[in-house]
Structure formats: C-alpha cells, structure tokens
Design a binder for this molecule. Structure first.
Ligand code: WTA
Length: 572
C-alpha cells in the first residue's frame, strides 16, 4: 500500500529532523522568542510588525508587495507600522477599542491590511469578510457579532445593511458617487489627520483578536474566535512548515476573508520577518506565473483547486516563465490529488507539500515537511508539539490503517477559544473528553502518515471553500418557486465538489431553464457566488425523516447511484 514516495530534495530546511523535533520540541521554548515573555503583556500586531521595526532593524525592508492590474506598491515594515498606527488612532477617535468587533469587507489592498492591523492594535476583534458575500451573508455575520464598525469600499456599500443597531461607523475607502451617507466616514481623510504613532493596547495572551465565520452542517455560520496566543504556532509553523527564511519572498494566494489568508497571509510571514506578496484581481494562470517570476517568489502557498486549474491550463504556459526562484510549494484546503503532486514535480521540479488544518484549529496541524519523504495523497504528519490521532466515537485511539475521526488533543496554541455567543456549538467539538473533533475522517498508515477520507457531516468543500448545506437550503426555499430543497456536494474533478441542489417546486411553477437561472442567481445575490448551486434537479418530493429533516444522505446516494441504506426513519 502507498509505495509511491518522493524523496527529500537537496537543501537545508529549518527543520532538520522530524523525529528529533517530535521527541524534544516544547512550546515553552518558542514562547521565549517573543518580547512579551518578559513583559507578560502582548499584542500580536506588535510582535508581527512593530517589533521588526523597533527591535530588529527591519524598518526599511519590504513587508508587502501589493499588485493588481491597476496598482503596484511596495510597503515597508515601517510603513505597515505607521499606517496601522494611524488606523488605530482613527478607531480610538471614534471611541472604538478593546473587545469591540470591527469588520473588514473589501477586496485585497494595502488598506485592508493596515485596517486589519489597526483594529488589533486597539485590542479590537477583527472580522474579515470575503468580498464575494452578498447582503444576507454580511447581515448574518455583522448582526451575530454585534459589530460596531466596518471598513469597506463604495462598490460594496449597498450590501451593508443600514438597520443594524450596533453598527455605528462605516469607514469608506474611497468616496462613493454622490458623497458619503449617514454614518459613513472618509477612510483616507481620517488617516491623513491621524498620527503615525500610537499607544498599543497591551493585553493578555488569551484576549481575543479575530472572529472568522465558518459553516457547519446545521444552522447559520458560526463565529470562530481566536486569541493573541495563536502567534506561537503561526510563528513556528511558518518556520518549519512554510520553511520561511529571512530573505524569502513569500506568496500566500488565499484571501484574507478566509483563515489561511490571515494565519498564513499575515501572521506567519510577518512574525518571521519575511516579505509577503499579495495579488489582487482575478485568477489567471499566466498572471499567476508572472507574479512568481516578477517578484521572485521562493515560497508559494496555494490550494488544490488552483493547482488543478493551472494543470488544466497546460504545461506550455509554464515554460514561458522562469520559475526557478521557487524553493518550496505548499497546498491546503481540500484533498490534494497525487496526480497534481506528480504534475508539480514535472513542471516546477518541486514537491507540493500538502497540509491539513481548519478555521477552528487556527494554524497548521498536520503537514508534509521539507525534511520528510512525501507520499502523494497523504497530508503528512502532526506538527511536533501537537498530538493528532484517529479515534473512535468513544475516544480510543485506533491502530494504523483503521478509518475513524480525525481528532486533535486539546489544547494547542492557536486553537479557537469560543464560538461567538454559542457555547453549545463549541462544546460539540469537544464532546469526547480531551479531544477536539474535526468532523473529518481519516486513517494513519504504519509510518504515521495521515490520509484524508472525507467529511463525517454534510459540509461541502467546493474549491477549498466550506459551504454549509443548510445555509444554501434556507436561501433556496426563500425563492417563491421552491417548496423544499436539499443540498449536497457532488464530486467534481476541478473543484473537488460542486454544490448540487434537489428541489421540489411549489404548485403552479413550471421547471424551465429560465427558472433555473433565476434560482441560481437568487442564491448568488442572497449569499455569495461560491455558495450557489451549479446543478439543480427537480423532484416531486424530497426524502425526509418523520421529523421533517431532509435526508441528504439519500440525495447523495441518488446522485452517486449507491444504495440508499437504512430508510427506517424516512416518512412515508
Ligand atoms: C478540508 C482551511 C483534505 C477538511 C485551512 C477541513 C482538507 C476543512 C485539507 C477546513 C487537506 C483542509 N486535505 N482536506 N490537506 N485541508 N481540508 O476551515 O475537510 O476552510 O475540515 O480551513 O477543509 O476548511 P477551512
């Protein structure tokens, strides 16, 4: 079984021996590398940005290369520090401070990162939102978090609800046509008036700093809360998994609206003092390769769907670029096909290092390391200092090759600390004493490599984005033509899964192509483009339990042509 291996590449990685690290590693030793070890007070934004300027002499080093088709900019660590100080002062001027939730809803830009860091400098809790969210999705999140302010752009303004009682300030990056409305503030004017120096709000390691909404299989998206202490893990995984070295140019392709774009798009690179590349605009294979070539990217962190799209664009296009600068390539978010790993080896002459983690884990948990052989298709081994295992439903660790729950011994430094206003949901993850239950199933082989098998619940992973079927179903039944809806993930060679909806129509509606388009658009406009079904199938009736719950497992069996299993709970 799994005889294919890709040997270690020549080079001198930060982590020399996985086994030795597992035997000797202690998080306490990592803590000593932070200045707060002496003061007892902490702010992750200081450690990531200001400390590089004030204590390490990196003020003139480029922290951020920003690039989109209309704008290219190099921002030094000193500028990152001063701009985020300014935004911290702007927030304070409006009475926004410790513990308050400030959201960010805008396309990637330097302003986004300055605002984000400014929120954290005043001790606030930042809530980054993916720019594709539509009004319904934005409303749910802002309302649940009782956000007091949001940073946005004129183009996205109409998706921000005006009737939320807690939302007092809308910082507009750019002036809308017709001028600013009520509660709207000119981000640029405010920044220009603000001082580039600020008093950072020092706090405790366990103070919250980040709220990220993510989907489960039931209910609305839940707010996963992270604290400053996560930095220990962001820093150390940045060193050993991203293999960051002082002169590296690093590119994480994830949007800061998702956890990867924060933990590994902001914290890991800046805590390690490297230069980070952020690319705005749409995905295009030639632009991506050009970005690597132009910025001489050494370390590149992306996702399986992106790699599959690049693979689909063909090998010839790769040859038009000089990508010899690439030293280390990584992937996260969904299963990485062995075929893609082989392709990466062929066209980049590099190994693609898969790793596994989740919004809730805050940082990488299982990974392939440069010092370790890769078995294509495996996610690798647990990070030294973290115990991940395959357990049964009682919490017993299973022997190799047995499939079970992928679980992590709690706690670890970057673990979520709460589900916002929902302790019951939080406790569900920890219902087996001592363990965090990921909801994924996997097995471990005899050599300790972990192999992903699937989700245990109905959560859909489309192009690496988690979509809760319940949210999509709820939106579908808001459409006047839809009586019932059940949503599943359908296997797809490019996107991993696509969203497929089964619906029953209301009396008097006729199924047409136009109606289908209308319903898909309805979900796109109400939730987000990535949450809209790509396929809809109409049935007279959907399979339901006697208590009225749609049986998604039956829908899935229909789709895959598999036996439907036990139907004893199904209504007549
Ligand atoms: C899936 C993204 C297979 C998994 C950082 C997990 C993966 C969910 C992998 C978390 C991988 C993540 N192989 N599946 N290497 N990495 N997943 O919260 O189902 O957006 O539970 O975090 O993505 O998605 P999330």
């Amino acid at each position: 079984m799994h005889t294919e291996r890709i040997p270690v590449f020549p080079g001198d990685p930060n982590l020399k021996s996985y086994e030795e690290a597992r035997a000797t590693f202690r998080w306490e030793d990592v803590e000593r590398e932070f200045s707060w070890h002496t003061t007892g007070k902490v702010n992750i934004a200081y450690e990531a940005i200001d400390r590089n300027v004030l204590e390490k002499g990196l003020g003139e080093k480029v922290a951020l290369y920003y690039s989109d088709p209309a704008r290219q900019e190099a921002v030094t660590y000193r500028q990152m520090m001063e701009q985020s100080n300014r935004f911290a002062n702007v927030l304070r001027k409006h009475g926004i401070g410790k513990g308050e939730r400030v959201f960010i809803f805008m396309p990637r830009s330097p302003e986004l990162y300055w605002s984000f860091l400014g929120i954290i400098k005043v001790g606030g809790i930042a809530g980054p939102l993916f720019e594709a969210f539509m009004e319904g999705a934005v409303r749910d999140r802002l309302a649940d978090a009782e956000a007091v302010a949001i940073v946005t752009t004129p183009a996205l303004r109409k998706r921000i609800p005006k009737d939320l009682p807690h939302l007092k300030h809308i910082f507009m990056v750019g002036i809308p046509e017709g001028g600013l409305g009520e509660g709207e503030l000119d981000w640029h004017a405010e920044m220009a008036e603000a001082s580039p120096e600020t008093d950072i709000e020092w706090g405790d390691r366990e103070d919250p700093m980040l709220l990220l909404y993510t989907s489960g299989s039931t209910g609305k998206p839940k707010g996963v809360l992270h604290v400053h202490n996560g930095m220990i893990q962001h820093y150390q995984t940045g060193k050993w998994i991203l293999d960051l070295r002082p002169d590296d140019i690093y590119w994480c392709t994830a949007d800061p609206g998702w956890v990867t774009g924060i933990s590994y798009g902001v914290w890991a690179p800046y805590l390690n003092g490297v230069t980070s590349v952020v690319r705005g605009g749409r995905f295009r294979p030639d632009d991506w390769y050009k970005t690597i070539q132009d910025y001489q990217v050494n370390v590149w962190y992306s996702a399986p769907t992106a790699f599959r799209m690049l693979m689909g664009a063909g090998d010839d296009i790769v040859k038009q670029f000089d990508l010899s600068c690439l030293r280390h390539v990584l992937s996260v978010g969904e299963p990485l096909n062995p075929e893609v790993v082989r392709w990466g080896l062929k066209v980049f002459d590099r190994r693609i290092h898969d790793n596994w983690w989740m919004t809730e884990t805050g940082g990488q948990i299982i990974s392939n390391y440069p010092c370790m052989e890769i078995k294509p298709g495996s996610m690798g081994k647990p990070f030294p200092g973290i115990h991940a295992a395959i357990i049964d439903d009682k919490g017993n660790e299973l022997p190799p090759l047995q499939m079970g729950n992928l679980a992590v011994k709690a706690p670890w430094p970057s673990m979520m600390r709460r589900i916002w206003k929902n302790p019951a949901k939080y406790n569900e993850y920890f219902k087996i004493e001592g363990w965090y239950l990921s909801g994924d199933s996997a097995y471990m082989d005899e050599e300790g490599y972990f192999w992903f098998q699937g989700r245990i619940d109905d959560v859909i992973n489309t192009s690496g984005e988690r979509v809760g079927p319940f949210e999509v179903e709820s939106k579908l039944v808001e459409h006047p033509a839809v009586a019932e809806a059940g949503v599943i993930g359908k296997p797809d060679p490019l996107r991993g899964e696509i969203i497929k909806a089964f619906i029953a129509l209301r009396e008097g509606y006729l199924w047409t192509e136009d109606l289908k388009t209308e319903i898909i658009d309805f979900v796109k406009k109400g939730l987000a483009a990535h949450a809209a079904p790509r396929e809809i199938e109409v049935r007279d009736k959907l399979p339901k339990t006697r208590s009225g719950k749609i049986m998604r497992r039956v829908l899935k069996a229909w789709e895959l042509g598999l036996p439907t299993g036990d139907l004893s709970t199904m209504e007549d």
